[in-house]
Design a protein around this ligand. Structure first.
Ligand code: AMP
Ligand code: GLY
Length: 424
């Protein structure tokens, strides 16, 4: 069978890599893909991004299953289009994707269904928003309502920063429509974790736990990025916490959507903040897998993932039991010069070490130009190491990192430090 993965990042490379391992899968197309998916002979890039053209392609090539990676095509309705043409696709509909594409939708939904999250209010008027932060004080969090490619959240440690963020979004319209409404919410302290499940409309299948590092620099300092590294499992997610997140957040979300007439299908990612007492609250929902969380998660997943996706599309996820490599997988992102602002493109990338049992490198912002691999985006590669301990996985990952080079390469040296410091 032939499959299709939509997207071009490290997440999509890891999904396609995993799907292609099944003996019954002949080929996985990746649209549009990257340098890594171009190189792998079990994968093939397709230079299409328009969702109707993708549906034409899936029909023509008799694609058995399509998995959608990023939020943008989901929010644009790719699942609606594929389904209306009888094509099998895994992801949420446009309506269900509002859990990610509108912060206001997500917050109001959580309030209606008593799902733990930060207190908030939504504003479209700058004067009212300024008055609200004056009344509530800092730290406080300002979020653009719409999709803003990671630039829509300002965690304001001072009132000045909060006022600036409001002006940037509501007065100066720097984020366009995405920032025409803002959610202002209570600052939550604690440790973050990524809780990702697969949903078939009714049943929920949890993936292995994970955590990512959003800040650019060591010690979780510097600007927010799409993610500088991630690992799985996340020791903070104990079996007790896992059960609680399922009971208090995930299951009520799926049931609540169903009650409101929007069946949720697809990956569902709850970004959690876990306070010092171990209580989880929902920071956000994503209607997709995490990037870079997918890379270590897929590196640990055993068995035929295409069958899991098939069950998810058929509504029979209750029949699936996932099996995981017991080792820790830890991914280090290698980013381009000047990431996250305006990453430089076109830097020549050295040879990348071949995959082994303890290390695999997924591509993101890479492409071949005149037969040479060069950088083409902010996050360039994600090097995953696997070992029995967090420290061992760090060693395995960094050993490979040390053999890769390109001009301006930036990466963190401390991915996994929280997990390494926690007793496993
Ligand atoms: P979001 O896209 O909503 O997950 O926000 C991006 C990042 O901002 C999160 O991963 C957190 O690090 C931070 N953040 C978001 N909301 C809050 C909050 N209420 N309190 C503290 N930090 C937050
Ligand atoms: N790693 C964060 C995200 O995928 O949203």
């Amino acid at each position: 069978m032939k499959l299709l993965v939509v997207g071009s990042g490290g997440r999509e490379h890891a999904l396609a890599w995993k799907l292609a391992q099944a003996p019954r899968v002949q080929l996985v197309y990746v649209a549009p893909g990257n340098g890594g998916t171009a190189q792998d002979e079990r994968l093939a890039n397709v230079d299409i991004t328009d969702i109707h053209e993708l549906a034409d392609f899936a029909e023509r090539e008799q694609i058995a299953l399509t998995v959608v990676g990023p939020e943008a095509p989901l929010a644009a309705g790719i699942v609606n289009v594929f389904r209306s043409r009888g094509l099998k696709v895994f992801g949420p509909t446009k309506e269900a994707a509002q859990l990610e594409s509108s912060k206001d939708f997500a917050k109001a939904f959580m309030k209606r269904h008593n799902i733990p999250t930060a207190a908030y209010e939504t504003f479209s008027d700058a004067t009212d928003a300024h008055a609200y932060v004056e009344k509530n004080g800092a730290p406080i969090v300002i979020k653009a309502d719409g999709l803003a490619a990671g630039k829509g959240v300002v965690v304001a440690m001072s009132l000045e920063e909060a006022h600036q963020a409001i002006d940037m979004m509501l007065a100066d319209n720097k984020l366009g429509d995405a920032g025409a409404r803002v959610v202002i919410e209570e600052f939550l302290a604690g440790e973050e974790a990524s809780f990702i499940v697969m949903v078939d409309g009714k049943h929920v299948l949890a993936l292995a736990s994970s955590q990512d590092h959003k800040r650019l620099q060591d010690g979780d300092q510097g600007p927010n990025t799409g993610g500088m590294g991630a690992y799985s499992p996340a020791p903070i997610v104990t079996p007790q916490l896992h059960a609680r997140v399922m009971r208090e957040i995930i299951l009520p979300t799926v049931a609540g959507m169903e009650k409101e007439g929007i069946r949720y299908t697809g990956f569902l990612y709850a970004g959690l903040m876990i306070d010092a007492q171990g209580n989880p609250k929902t920071l956000e929902f994503n209607c997709r897998m995490g990037d870079p969380e997918t890379q270590p998660i897929m590196a640990r997943l055993k068995g035929d993932f295409s069958k899991v996706v098939e069950h998810a599309i058929a509504g029979t996820l209750d029949q699936v039991e996932l099996e995981w490599d017991r080792r820790t997988a830890l991914g280090v992102v290698l980013a381009a010069y000047n990431y996250p602002d305006t990453p430089r493109k076109g830097d020549r990338i050295s040879d990348i070490p071949a995959e082994t049992d303890s290390s695999v490198t997924f591509h993101a912002g890479t492409q071949f130009v005149d037969g040479k691999l060069v950088t083409s985006g902010g996050r360039v590669l994600c090097v995953v190491g696997l070992a029995d301990t967090v420290r061992g996985a760090q060693n395995a990952a960094y050993e490979t990192v040390n053999r890769i080079a390109f001009d301006g390469m930036q990466y963190r040296l401390d991915i996994g430090y929280r997990a390494a410091g926690r007793k496993q």
